[in-house]
Structure formats: C-alpha cells, structure tokens
Design a protein around this ligand. Sequence first.
Ligand SMILES: [Fe+2]
Ligand SMILES: [Fe+2]
Length: 484
Amino acid sequence: MTSALEMSANPPGDDSQLRQGGRQLLLALYTALRSLKLYPVENATVQKALTDLHTTTRSLLQTEIELEIRLAGDFIFVNSTRLRLELDNYASFSHVLATFRAFEIAALRVRSNVERREWQILLSLLLSLAGRGTAEERMRELQERLETGKVHNLELERGVLDGGSSEEARQASKQVYSQGVAVTKDVIAGVRLGRATGLKRVKRAVQMVVDQVLNNEISMVGLTTIRDYDEYTFTHSVNVCIFSVALGKKLGLSKLQLCDLGMAALLHDVGKARVPSEVLNKAGKLDEKEWKIIQAHPWYGALTLFSMRGYEEIPYRSILVAHEHHMKTDLTGYPKVVRPRTLGIFSRIVAVADGFDAATTRRVYQTVPIEPDQVLREMWENPNRGLDRVLVKALINLIGVYPVGTCVILDTFEVAVVSAPNPDGEQLKRPLVRIAVDADGGPVPPPGTQVSLSEKDESGAYRRSIVKVTNAGRYGITVGDYFV
Ligand SMILES: [Fe+2]
Ligand SMILES: [Fe+2]
C-alpha cells in the first residue's frame, strides 16, 4: 500500500499549503454536515455547502494525487500533515472527530475522480445512520449502502480509535484478560489436585480472547504488559495466548484456526503444574536434577492434555505445541528428538510468543527485566534461540520496535509511554506515545497528551525522537495509567 506521504505531489516538508487546504476541507465538511442536518437536501444552503465541499476537494486534488483524512488519537491528519486545533476551527475539528468516532472511521480517502453526488450520499448516510446500533453495525451498514449507491471514490477505513468510545472496548479487554487468568488458574489447580478438567471453559475463554484480538488488537496486546510476578504462571499463559493469536492473525489464519492456536498457546505450559513449585520458583541456580524436572514439562504437558480429552475430541494441536514449544527449529532444545522433524507452525508461533513474554518479565531469578526492544533485537539476531525468523519479524511488526507500555526518554527531554505502534508499518521506530513528564521535568497526569513520533516540524525534521528506553519506576510513572 502506498502511504499518503508518497502520494503527495508536494516535496516533503512543504506542507503549509496542505495545512491551509486541510483546514478548509474540514470546515467545508463540517458546514455541509451541519446544513444537511438542519435542512432537507434540496434546500439552497445544503446545495451550496455541497458545492463548496466539492470545489475545495477538487482544488486540493490538483496538487495531491489522493486525499486522506486520518484520525490518530485526538489529531486529524490530511495526507500526513497534522492539522492544528485552533480556536477558530474548534467547532469543525471536534464535529468531524466525533462523527468519525461514532462510526469508528479511522480514515476517509478521497480519490481524484470524486463526484459531488458521492459526497451527498456519504454525508446523508453519516447523518441518517448516526445513533443506530453499535459502531460496528453502523459502519457495516454505511459501507453496504455506499456500495449500493456506487460511491467508489470515497473510501472508508475502519479502526477502533483511541479515546471516546474505545473506553468500553478497553474495559471489555480487561475483562477478557482476567477471565483468561481465572481459567488458567483453574486448569493448573485441577491438574495439581489430579482432578479432571473439561476443556469447554478453556475453549470459551480462548474464543473471547480471539474476538478481542480481532476487534481491538492494540488494547489487548497492551494488556500483556501487566506482569504480575506472583501470578506469573497464569499471566504468562494468557500473554502467550494473546501474542500467538495476534501473530496468527497477521499470518492470515482463519478464526477457527486462531481459536485452535489460542487454546494451544494458553495450555502450552500446562505441564508445569506437575513440576514441584520449589523447583519452578527457585531463585538460585538449578542443579542438574532440578533442571531435568523442568525440562520434562513439555512431556508432562502432552500427557496431561491427553487425559483431559473427556468426551470431547482429543486436542491434538495443543498436545503437539506442549510437546514441541522448547524444541527450537534446529532441534537443539528439549525434549531431545531421535529423528529429524519439522516443528508445526503452531509450535513455532507459540515458541516466539513464549520467548518474548518470558524474557520481558521479571521473575524470581531475574531481578532486572530486559527491555522489550533489546529482547526483540536479541530474538532477531541470536541464532541459538532457534526461533523462526519470519515469525520474529512478524512479532516486531506487530508490537513495533518499542512495544506498547515501554517508557522512553525523548530528545525534547520529555519522558513518554508508548501507547500504540505507528499506523504506518514502515515507521516502526516512531510509535505513538503519551507524554508523562514534560520537558521541565513536571509530571503530566494520565492519560497524558498523545503525540506521534513521526510528526515533523516546518523544516521537515522530526519533532521528537526516542533517545533511550528507561525504567518507568524511576520517574514514578504507572505505565498502565497511560494506555489502558
Ligand atoms: Fe514452556
Ligand atoms: Fe512458557
């Protein structure tokens, strides 16, 4: 996909014209929406507003190949130029923002052949469908009606936006997460007590995780930074499940496959329930015997799952993943294998998710967690990890070089928390962040101001860049307050 920046015929950096034009466009859009709300479509005011909107668009399209109005946080971008919110454009700005949010529209693309008629259809629909059903239903209906109305030069992109209505989505994510933890706890406790556990509940919990990842990936992946040391075994399983499902989604797996994968991921360490907790949580170095017991957990896991089948079908995929997740692609891991084999794709996905989560968590024997960006680099560079490189690349694409929740120091002397990866996949090193400490060292109360690190100033230089990753605790920042 070509980015809006590449589509601009203007030299990069020269965006004053676009900024001016963008403001006019927004104002024209707002005026048309407002008059259409007040008067019937044949009214002269409405007709004039539509003509104005059409003319403004056409004149912008003389220098731009395509126009894109994109929402990111509380900002509106027109072809990668951020529009400044000023007093005189406050009304148009916030009205357009609210209208887009109500449909969860992340972007509106205007093609060069756009017709006045198409604007009229889109705006009438935005007004008539407002307030109906959920945002998702509204958007679906809107897109269907645009299709029937042969509106091909105005294209909408759906995306759950930060702020506003997404608060509900965040709450839902949190609920699904804790549900996942509760189910994992139950399964592990059941295995420890030798009680048979049905897989039905697990399946249901996994389905909810899959749904959340499909609808609201950013907030779900963001939750993986909740790393409760006491609850490690459970949060680890849920995190690995989320990362695996998100990776599977990137690879284009179907929903059914994602549910299978999520289940295998949630249960990958179930064999640890049979490892005595003194060994599992030992702070010092493990002796040879203890290490042998730990290394048996893939085997224990496979056996446990086999006995869990009850009257349902045998969870073959989960058994395979439990058995293979530490084998490494070159088979130098454990358990040792006699014959050469190729690890299943689910096992390779879970191994990558597992490696990332384990390395970024502080555990009993690991006093300082390694920073996520270093973990990713190491996973990518160290061949001894035995990970599938394509999948590591997909993971980097998924969480950005700086995962959500990473605390960073900027070259403006501000301290910020990464709140979302950059929507442009090419800009991995320039995520969206929320400022938590201002340039003078003063704290900015949560949720802080969100800015994109790909934003440039008038001279075309980046406004802010990451200098280094830091420890949030040092600045008294509770990371979770800034993005969940
Ligand atoms: Fe494991
Ligand atoms: Fe694990």
